[in-house]
Design a protein around this ligand. Sequence first.
Ligand SMILES: Cc1cc2nc3c(=O)[nH]c(=O)nc-3n(C[C@H](O)[C@H](O)[C@H](O)COP(=O)(O)OP(=O)(O)OC[C@H]3O[C@@H](n4cnc5c(N)ncnc54)[C@H](O)[C@@H]3O)c2cc1C
Length: 587
Amino acid sequence: MPQGAEWLIRETADDVFTPERLSEEHRLIARTAQEFVANEVAPALPEMEKKNWAVARKLVERAGELGLIGVDVPESLGGVSLDKAAAIVVGEAVGEVASFATTFGAQTGLAIIPIFCFGTPAQQQQYLPRIVSGELIGAYCLSESGSGSDALAAHAKAVRHADGSWRLSGEKLWITNGGFADLFIVFAKVDGEHFSAFIVERGFPGVSNGKEEHKMGLRGSSTTPIVLQDAKVPAANLIGEIGKGHKIAFNVLNYGRFKLAAMCTGGARGAIGEAARYALGRRQFGQPIASFGAIRFKLAEMTTRLYAVESMLFRTTGLIDRAIAASAHPEDGATAAAALEEFAIEASLLKVASSEMVDFVVDENVQIHGGNGFVADYPAERRYRDARVNRIFEGTNEINRLILPGTLIKRGMKGTLGLVAAAKAVRDELMAIAPQDPQSADADHVTVAGRVATSLRKTVLMSLGLAMETLGERLPHEQETLMSLADLMIDAFAADSAARRAAQASSMSHPLAALHADAAVVIVHDAGLHAEATARTLFGSMLDGDAQRTALAALRRVLKVPPVNTVAARRRLADTITSRRAYPFGA
Ligand SMILES: Cc1cc2nc3c(=O)[nH]c(=O)nc-3n(C[C@H](O)[C@H](O)[C@H](O)COP(=O)(O)OP(=O)(O)OC[C@H]3O[C@@H](n4cnc5c(N)ncnc54)[C@H](O)[C@@H]3O)c2cc1C
């Protein structure tokens, strides 16, 4: 059974899941979703931006008809019983229209997962088939004005009546689909103390929504407060146990973060194609701007950053699917919840990496469009505004960065992952002998990239070991250190996943194998340099004198980033992007 964060601790098997290994069935569902988005969703966006929620509702229903809402929900509950990879390719396709992706994400992740993973069979039968078909629109009510990141500090209250039913009061804020949802997953504290989750229908007395928020982006997605004025909720609508709402909230976020990454990769892919096409059409100084090195560098950089996130996303998807398939009851909601929890570190990592990647991509898309990028006549402007919130919702990137090393250390302390032993082994190895030199002359670029990726993983373990040793119990409170550790983990996972994907492309003689190698070489090289700077800052902040000098010497020994011509690699990437007028990799 694959374990979360295992990639960091030990050399795992090479058979990483990648977009190149998608099945025919995956590709078919991806095509269905892409056609739906291009032919039905994108043309309806102007209406949704006018807050015409009847249009959004119809599109959700249509997605249900096409089987896109319940791709990974069992057939017995109205779904299609496919795997998480199928849900990811659908998420990528929908990510092209960010406003609808947000509506769709609230439906498929935030509304379905609590009931599927934690609901009773009766709750599942009552609600899931109707959410999966799009008949019922769902929403997820966790945040309040005073409790966003600190979600467990909610003030919404639930009090039990003598007949077992509940009375809910409070106000939830920024609720996606709030303006037209039929069903809300509401978190409230029983007797003001025990954080719990409830299924609340719009039709229950005392439930209403406030006014639409005027937002920087996602203007075609409804965001409103939800007001609960002594709302009467049946006894049967409590989800799970009283006081265990945090388990539901955090697991739903795990899934939401993982799915958000797919929406970000889908959005980035669209922006890269758009940037390439604009750059080919726009002429300055007598030639297309696509012929200028500065623009070509941008297109290649946008592409490598997307490649890195896509590689991590599909690798994680494969691990989750393997964990589910290996379990005794693969169709059970509890199995999905356990698998998502196992890969919580990867979900947070993907959330941070994908939202920062897409922000970079849409920003460069505006830059390539010049003045046209700043006016609303071109989609680049909307893409830019729409992407910004990804770093805020589903847990801000600061909170997710804290979760990364925090969860890893907790698991390390429990001894389930062998983290402490692995960190110690790396330290002993570094102090004793020089590790294998990644520059050895006989190796090809992909092999070298793989070795550098391995040394990056060792850099994380060494840094983590030093932080635990030096800061001890203070570590969970040293946020600057935790942020740096999170960045190192992201660089290591990106480099390792990209290098393995390129090696796989080469071993399967993929027609774009050489281009995969170029992307991986750039990613690994830049991750190595970035990680070196991060580690130096980290060591400088927690060590001094001889201890600092020893750690820096060990860093130099472990992390050797051989010089490669990344400009030439980027030029080759830019050639393919411009000739195909699109991001060249992926599903
Ligand atoms: C368009 C949109 C849709 C949304 N949809 C939903 C929805 O459907 N359901 C729902 O429940 N919520 C939803 N949200 C709310 C969203 O989840 C919250 O905005 C988010 O969790 C951040 O909370 P906050 O806004 O209160 O920021 P705060 O928690 O006030 O954070 C402000 C800043 O402080 C930082 N910070 C906070 N705590 C710490 C800490 N311990 N250490 C370091 N830094 C910290 C944050 O990272 C951030 O930079 C939505 C928000 C938006 C904008």
